[in-house]
Design a protein around this ligand. Structure first.
Ligand SMILES: [Mg+2]
Length: 155
C-alpha cells in the first residue's frame, strides 16, 4: 500500500504566528501529534511513502529517509512524484500520476491542498484532508485506519 504524503500543512502545520524550527538537517521539525498519527498509519498498514510535497526534490530519497528517521518515523520504501515542471495543481499531479502508474487501488492521499476537493470520487474517497494550520491528527489517523480496513475488505 502507498501513502501519497504531503508535508507542509500535514507534518508541518502552518502557524501564522511563528516560523517552524529548522533542524540541523536543514528541514523543519515535524509536529509531534502528526508524527504519532503517521506512525500509527504506517505501523497499521506497512505503507510505503510517495512524497508529493512541492519540496520533494530538495533531497534524495536516502536523505528523505534520514529526515524522517531523525523525526522518529521509520519509513520503508520512499519515492517521490516527478518534478512538477508544468506547475500543475496537486490534484492534476496526483490524477495524472495515479492514472498512469498506479497498478493497484491500495493507497491513501494525505494532504491539505484545497485543489483536492475536486478530485474524481474514486480518488476523493482515498483522501485524508488535513487542515493546514493543524496538520495530521489522531482523529484523521483513525479515519485513515478505517479506510485502510475497508479497502482490505474490498468495500
Ligand atoms: Mg501542503
Amino acid at each position: 500500500m502507498l501513502l501519497y504524503l504531503d508535508l507542509d500543512g500535514v507534518m508541518i502545520p502552518a502557524n501564522s504566528w511563528s516560523s517552524p524550527v529548522i533542524l540541523e538537517d536543514g528541514f523543519p521539525e515535524f509536529n509531534e501529534v502528526a508524527v504519532n498519527s503517521l506512525n500509527r498509519i504506517i505501523s497499521f498498514s506497512g505503507a510505503s511513502i510517495v512524497l508529493t510535497t512541492s519540496r520533494k526534490h530538495k533531497f534524495t530519497s536516502e536523505q528523505w529517509r534520514k529526515i524522517f528517521k531523525r523525526r522518529n518515523i521509520i519509513v520503508g520504501d520512499l519515492s517521490k512524484l516527478p518534478q512538477n515542471t508544468k506547475h500543475l495543481s496537486r490534484r492534476e499531479e496526483l490524477v495524472n500520476w495515479i492514472s498512469e502508474k498506479n497498478r493497484d487501488n491500495n493507497f491513501l492521499i494525505i494532504d491539505d491542498d484545497k485543489s483536492l476537493n475536486d478530485l474524481p470520487p474514486s480518488l476523493k474517497s482515498k483522501l485524508i484532508q488535513t487542515s493546514a494550520s493543524v496538520g495530521l491528527t489522531d482523529y484523521l489517523a483513525e479515519e485513515a485506519l478505517r479506510k485502510i480496513s475497508n479497502n482490505l475488505l474490498g468495500e
